[in-house]
Design a protein. Structure first.
Length: 246
């Protein structure tokens, strides 16, 4: 029964991630997912997904150059970026630890010549996962991404470095916790962290996404399985869903 339910949830997640349509006024969104290993891009009009290697040598200026080359034959009107760090007023508030320098305060609109909305990468995936009500998003990857959407109000969170047991949430449920403590103990920590955050933040449901969600056989109570596909759906919704308040 559990396998059937999980298969159904996975199918529903894939179906939710499929729609790629232009806005009623014809605008096409370029959604960009900035990762520590790859930069990925896709159009709301239904393009293929393209990527280029990123890494610690990629500065903000180099990213713009790479993105310009990657999308040279694409037409788009606006850009949504998922950035791996804190964002203020649609600009990075600090340089990311896994990329090059020069990101803080970078003016992407001037560099790209298009309207640009930058949001935290966990928030972008959360927006793509959101259905209604109060949703907490937890992204299991290198660290712990987090965001909350409450009645369409989008709130980036920084829960990763909050104290937990002898270290932080990230130390237990991020990549370090998985590699250092083993999959079994890591899974128990994910359940405990999800339960504690549910008690503190009172979400209607929790979406667990990120690359390591695949390593969970079962899910904690009130939790749904997310998908990295939702990052691009979230990027499109940043511009096309007027009900959301960023």
């Amino acid at each position: 029964m559990v396998d059937t339910m999980e298969a159904s949830q996975a199918k529903q997640a894939r179906e939710r991630a499929k729609p790629k349509v232009a806005a009623p006024d014809g605008r096409i969104v370029l959604a960009v997912d900035i990762g520590g290993s790859h930069l990925k891009a896709e159009l709301s009009s239904g393009s293929e997904r393209r990527s280029v290697v990123s890494g610690r040598e990629m500065t903000a200026a180099k990213m713009v150059a790479a993105l310009t080359d990657l999308t040279a034959d694409w037409h788009y009107d606006v850009v949504a970026m998922g950035y791996p760090g804190a964002v203020v007023a649609h600009r990075p508030a600090a340089d990311p630890f896994n990329l090059g320098p020069g990101w803080k305060g970078f003016d992407f609109e001037k560099a790209l010549g298009k309207p640009v909305r930058v949001v935290n990468d966990a928030l972008m995936q959360a927006i793509g996962s959101y259905e209604a009500g109060r949703m907490l998003f937890l992204g299991l990857g290198t660290g712990l991404g987090s965001a909350m959407i409450a009645e369409n109000v989008c709130l980036p969170l920084e829960l990763a470095h909050m104290p937990y047991k002898k270290a932080t949430f990230e130390d237990y449920v991020g990549e370090r916790g998985l590699e250092g403590r083993g999959k079994g103990r890591w899974r128990k920590s994910v359940f405990d962290v999800a339960d504690r955050l549910a008690a503190a933040l009172l979400p209607d449901y929790i979406v667990i996404g990120g690359g390591n969600v695949e390593k969970l056989k079962d899910l904690p109570l009130k939790c749904r399985r997310g998908s990295n596909e939702n990052a691009f759906r979230g990027g499109f919704r940043v511009w096309l869903d007027d009900s959301l308040r960023l």
